[in-house]
Design a protein around this ligand. Structure first.
Ligand code: MN3
Length: 251
């Protein structure tokens, strides 16, 4: 615990300094399943806090615009964290367990109030979403993930087609996911609102370790793309951080 907190502080400080010093891309941390524990642990007196973006707000231009990134990170993501901390005050300490973590919350989702479900999901999903984008992103899938996509879907193009289809069909607000399932296969699916494939709930059909996460709430694209979700999805492929996705797949 002490070590992972120290690592977090070191990394957070480096990211903050990088973000202030320059708007160019700060090298993304390699994300693995440790991500849940190392990056977004509650650190400030048991409270969850907003993780720094691994790049500047304008880094993903012209694909994802600066104003959307700024509002999405500093207002929307922050609101999930503020409301999560508030909602957790209503949950019995024995249910929350120690150390508190999102992983534990997701495992015990069935015992949590709706406000915890929505806001813990919102915090995790956005923390992951930021890491899965990069100014140097886009192009073809990388590493073992690229091989797995080819084996399972035939081609990266066919995979993207199926992913786009799922992302387009999510009615209202939600997320599209690529996950690695328990038996090591890839699966595409979507969740409503801020639900995710780590939450143990009978109504969530897609289960597994997230490899790709796409926010399809209108707040993610309305300023630039208005109602045109397909345009936003097409832009997003240009910033996908395949190295991080491959890291998640291999974790
Ligand atoms: Mn969002």
């Amino acid at each position: 615990m002490a070590d992972s907190r120290r690592d977090f502080f070191k990394k957070a400080a480096a990211l903050t300094i990088g973000a202030i010093a320059t708007s160019t891309v700060v090298k993304s941390a390699i994300v693995t399943t440790n991500f849940l524990e190392k990056e977004i642990l509650p650190i400030d007196g048991g409270k969850f806090t907003l993780p720094a973006l691994p790049y500047g707000y304008d880094a993903l231009e012209p694909h994802i615009d600066k104003l959307t990134m700024e509002i999405h990170h500093s207002k929307h993501h922050q609101a999930y964290i503020t409301n999560l901390n508030k909602a957790l005050e209503t949950v019995d300490g024995n249910v929350l367990g120690s150390p508190q973590s999102l992983e534990n919350i997701f495992n015990k989702m069935i015992m949590m109030p709706t406000a915890v479900r929505n806001n813990a999901g919102g915090h995790y999903n956005h923390s992951l979403f930021w890491q899965l984008m990069s100014a140097k992103g886009g192009g073809e899938p990388k590493g073992k993930l690229a091989e797995a996509i080819k084996t399972q879907f035939g081609s990266a193009e066919e995979f993207k087609k199926q992913f786009n289809d799922v992302a387009m069909k999510r009615f209202g607000s939600g997320w599209a996911w690529l996950v690695k399932t328990k038996d090591g296969k890839l699966a595409i699916g979507s969740t409503a609102n801020q639900d995710n494939p780590l939450m143990i709930l009978p109504e969530i059909e897609i289960k597994g370790t997230p490899v790709l996460a796409l926010d399809v709430w209108e707040h993610a694209y309305y300023l630039k793309n208005q109602n045109k979700r397909a345009d936003y999805i097409a832009s997003w492929w240009n910033v996908v951080n395949w190295e991080v996705a491959d890291g998640l797949y291999n974790s």
